[in-house]
Design a binder for this molecule. Structure first.
Ligand code: PLP
Length: 450
């Protein structure tokens, strides 16, 4: 089909996720036609550095042949089987074993799903199921955070702490609470040190738990770094303080590693970078370098034993997806994890990350940039109208979106989020010189907006 016909068909037939549909009818799609390394190419052959690795996910870039080969081998052998009712298959078993070996803390068992949202919906259900099995049906509430992002299915969107995901969807569901967002630069009070801010975050969480009743709160869920909420890096010591509160009231720690998992922060897990000891961990995205949809929930022994008890009483753990542990997706994930090890991708991120971080920090002198932040290969610039007073732009101006549009003209794909925050999350295979090229393209875009 010609690119013009494709464009017309897109407008006519595709209901785009996360898109202003009315604006899309006028604007039409940006179509990526092929990929190579960290780049994608449009219908005219113009190259774009994918500064977001798609949606924080295509960790090995857009042309890793070994993932195709792994998929093809599994296609030939067994393209589908499932994991319901005692059924199993080799890639699903090997992937579960591998994840348990890699886990940041001792974990017991792995449940597979297809997306981060499904993984986090599964977390909500496991937490409920566990506490029913333990005979404490009142202990069900889950505390998440304002600006946290955990997906869009009904329960996961409820965990998400962003108005866009609740408004007009009649969410959140019952039993979800949102505590404060640990964005010190934005929410730190006049004269408050980072440590005082962290103490306040922990105190506010404890107040919420006490107000709800500790016997009613089952779990706390957090991304090590908030991604879609604006790349919010927690202050030093934040998670240890939060976890001390959770421990006091027997509340599970759930790490949503959907973005941070598999090297994004320069270690295998964000939990390792930020000193988190999760009881439950969800992951997706870079698990398969996004080449096929697959996600996983790891649970520790205590959680597993409770779910096992419940399933024995009821007759089965009544949860699972047709494609849980899909063999081709699992084979691609196994190959992805093998590549991470062979090419020492997590160390590579730790080595080249500082180049990207330094380039972002340098932009703090720019009149539009209020704050630059990040670690490893995840970062962001928060754009403001008045740097001295951190005054945000009027959202109607869409300054972040304008910068991202100019970047696209320059051959760089980025994402802006609420609060005019421009995020960077390139494929983990990016080299130093490619980071320099990415930042040169970005600087030209930023100058065009100024
Ligand atoms: N959790 C986090 C931290 C995410 O960033 C995302 C997606 O960006 C999700 C969950 C939801 O994942 P998915 O879009 O695969 O459902």
């Amino acid at each position: 089909m010609s690119s013009n016909s494709l464009r017309d068909a897109d407008i006519r037939y595709v209901l785009h996720p996360y898109t202003n549909l009315a604006a899309h009818e006028a604007q039409g799609p940006f179509m990526a036609m092929r990929g190579e390394g960290i780049r994608v190419f449009d219908e005219n052959g113009k190259d774009y550095i994918e500064g977001m690795a798609g949606l924080w996910c295509a960790s090995l870039g857009f042309s890793e042949p070994r993932l195709k080969e792994a998929a093809m081998r599994q296609f030939d052998l067994l393209p589908f089987f499932h994991q319901f009712s005692h059924k199993s298959h080799e890639p699903g078993i090997l992937l579960a074993q591998k994840l348990i070996e890699m886990a940041p803390v001792p974990m017991s068992h792995v449940f597979f799903a297809n997306s981060g949202s499904e993984a986090n919906d599964t977390v909500v259900k496991i937490v409920r199921y566990m506490n029913n099995a333990l005979g404490r049906p009142q202990k069900k509430k889950i505390i998440s955070r304002q600006r946290g992002y955990h997906g869009v299915t009904v329960a996961a969107a409820s965990l998400t702490g962003l108005p866009l995901n609740h408004r007009n969807f009649d969410l959140p569901i019952e039993g979800i609470r949102h505590t404060s967002c640990p964005h010190y630069w934005r929410y730190g009070q006049e004269g408050e040190s980072e440590q005082q801010f962290t103490d306040r975050m922990a105190a506010e969480l404890e107040e919420m738990i006490l107000a709800e009743g500790p016997d009613t709160v089952a779990a706390f869920i957090a991304e090590p770094i908030m991604g879609a909420g604006g790349v919010v890096v927690p202050p030093a010591g934040y998670f240890p303080k939060i976890q001390a509160v959770l421990k006091k009231y027997d509340i599970l720690m759930v790490a949503d590693e959907v973005i941070c998992g598999f090297g994004r922060t320069g270690k295998a897990w964000g939990s390792q970078t930020f000193d988190i000891q999760p009881d439950i961990l969800s992951c997706a995205k870079a698990l398969s370098s996004a080449y096929l949809p697959i996600s996983a929930v790891m649970v520790n022994e205590r959680v597993y034993e409770a779910v096992k008890k419940g399933s024995a009483e009821i007759g089965a753990f009544g949860h699972g997806y047709t494609y849980s542990g899909h063999p081709i997706a699992a084979a691609v994930a196994l190959e992805t994890l093998a590549i991470y090890e062979e090419r020492q991708i997590f160390d590579h991120v730790a080595n080249v990350g500082p180049t990207m971080q330094a380039a972002l920090r340098q932009l703090e002198t720019h009149p539009l940039v209020g704050n630059a932040r990040g670690i490893g290969l995840i970062g962001a610039l928060e754009l403001v109208a008045d740097k001295d007073h951190k005054v945000p732009f009027d959202p109607a101006l869409g300054v972040g979106a304008q910068v991202v549009a100019r970047a696209q003209d320059e051959g760089l794909i980025l994402r802006s989020m609420a609060g005019d925050i421009v995020a960077f999350s390139p494929p983990l295979i990016i080299t130093e010189s490619e980071i320099e090229e990415m930042m040169a393209r970005f600087n030209r875009a930023l100058s065009a907006v100024t």
